[in-house]
Write a protein that binds this ligand. Structure first.
Ligand code: AMP
Ligand code: ZN
Length: 134
């Protein structure tokens, strides 16, 4: 992907504020942070989204998230942490190179990351379960 900005950032061709790096991933500070320390985990190879992410990357990803999450807790003294990962425009994805958001949370930070809960009946949940398992 010649024109993918996250490929260039992940490979170090475009400078970024890197807070963690290994052979597979680079973790950078988001340029439009929701909170102090908002970071993005970028694989160094191009995968558009979660569906394309190979198992070895998927397995290594959570280890990186945990490592960086502990770093944030220790160094930024955040009170909580959201992991957010958008796939597809409807889900809010704007850059089509897989990335996982790490959003440190602070008491009173005023951010809202969530959804409006539905109220399905037991039958509706069963119907969805059978659709998925069919
Ligand atoms: P998403 O909406 O999940 O695709 O997230 C894209 C994120 O990338 C947003 O939070 C942007 O602020 C961030 N972003 C876009 N371009 C850059 C960049 N060059 N460096 C750092 N973060 C970026
Ligand atoms: Zn890319």
């Amino acid at each position: 992907m010649n024109d993918c900005i996250f490929c260039k950032i992940a490979k170090g061709e475009i400078p970024s504020k890197t807070i963690y790096e290994d052979e597979m991933f680079r973790v950078i500070l988001d340029l439009g942070p929701a909170t102090k320390g908002h970071a993005l985990i970028l694989p160094k190879e191009h995968f558009a989204n979660l569906y394309e992410l190979p198992d070895n990357y998927a397995e290594a990803l959570m280890k990186v998230a945990r490592k960086v999450g502990l770093l944030m807790k220790d160094k930024l003294s955040c009170d909580g942490l959201n992991l957010v990962q958008n796939n597809g425009e409807i889900a809010g994805q704007t850059v089509f190179h897989f990335h996982m958001h790490m959003i440190p949370r602070y008491e009173g930070d005023g951010q809202v990351i969530g959804w409006k809960p539905g109220e399905p009946t037991g039958e509706e949940l069963e119907q969805i379960q059978s659709e998925i398992l069919a």
